[in-house]
Design a protein around this ligand. Structure first.
Ligand code: PBG
Length: 323
């Protein structure tokens, strides 16, 4: 006689819903969006179907649509022309630059939105690296000064959550102290704590035209083979004052998300990156996968692994599907 029949708890949709352990909600998402110079522009990113670079005017319309769908948080990234880039990413903290202007306009028009930023040099760097380059080396401490200026410019523009994505050592503490000194004690930091040197960022670098001009990012981003190292990064960032710890990418790193969730009480975020999005889109376009189902399964897996917050290009489609 079979006493235990786990299938009994799967016998109807109603019972399956009762025993379902993980649920996604639109509250879990941060929607990454791209802004570029110009007006009237909505330009699709070739390797990211249905994701666009917007000029500020069309971006505002898009944010209206996205917030009407129930999304409450976005993360903004800029695309700059080569002519605006230099070795020191000077444009990144110019108070009149597109990115800073976009942040303040968004915050003015959507005061309730949680507006997250990106802090790293790569969108503005002629070297295409997240830090300052000298003789082929990425300098750590010299980069902190530039990141700090970006952080202050973004805080002044009204950003709610700053997102240092650069992986320099000590930047969370450095930025926290600067913010506090300037009275921005309420501005949050979501640290890209555990960010791997990943092939899955390819489509994002297309979106920003930000691929490194030489070499790779392996001296600052983590080796995909390592998980113990994630604890070191997490401990430092928590001690330095991070409000959220992020793991990136998400889908190939579910064990890392779980490790972080098991070891830290801070909310864990995961970045479902551009390459993860592109894979599902490409397979769906070929008729090889059911795109909606694959999306939901991928997002659910990330949450089940322990991410409370998911940054995902699927956020809008998820919200549309649930609407
Ligand atoms: C760089 C940055 C990257 C992403 C966010 N910020 C790429 C990189 O490190 O080269 C990737 C996001 C994605 O792939 O969706 N500061």
């Amino acid at each position: 006689m079979l006493i235990n029949r786990p299938r009994r708890n799967r016998k109807s949709a109603a019972i399956r819903d009762l025993v379902q352990e993980t649920n996604l909600s639109v509250n879990d998402f941060i929607f990454p969006m791209f802004v570029m110079e110009g007006s009237g522009i909505k330009s699709e990113i070739k390797s990211m179907p249905n994701i666009y670079r917007f000029s500020l005017d069309t971006l505002i319309e898009e944010i209206k649509e996205v917030t009407d769908l129930g999304i409450k948080s976005i993360c903004l990234f800029p695309n700059y022309p080569e002519s605006k880039k230099d070795k020191y990413a000077t444009e990144s903290h110019n108070p009149n630059t597109l990115y800073i202007k976009a942040l303040s306009e968004i915050k003015n028009k959507f005061p309730d939105l949680a507006l997250m930023t990106d802090i790293a040099m790569d969108p503005y760097s002629s070297d295409g690296h997240d830090g300052l380059v000298e003789n082929g080396q990425i300098l750590n401490d010299e980069t902190l000064d530039i990141l700090g200026k970006m952080a202050l410019a973004q805080a002044r523009a009204g950003a709610d959550i700053l997102g240092p994505s650069d992986m320099m050592d000590g930047r969370i503490g450095y930025i926290r102290e600067l913010l506090d000194d300037e009275g921005f004690t309420n501005v949050s930091i979501m640290s890209y704590s555990v960010k791997y040197a990943s092939a899955f960022y390819g489509p994002f670098r297309d979106a920003l035209d930000s691929a490194p001009k030489f070499g790779d990012k392996k001296t600052y981003q983590m080796n995909p083979a390592n998980v113990r190292e994630a604890l070191i990064e997490g401990q430092l960032d928590a001690a330095e004052g991070a409000d959220f710890l992020m793991v990136k990418p998400a889908f190939s790193y579910l064990d890392v998300i779980k490790t972080m969730a098991d070891n830290f009480d801070l909310p864990i975020a995961a970045y479902n990156v551009s390459g993860e999005y592109a894979m599902i889109k490409a397979a769906a376009q070929n008729g090889w996968l059911d795109g909606d189902k694959a999306m939901l399964e991928m997002l659910l897996s990330i949450k089940r692994a322990g991410a409370k917050i998911i940054l995902s290009y699927f956020a809008k489609e998820y919200a549309q599907l649930k609407a």
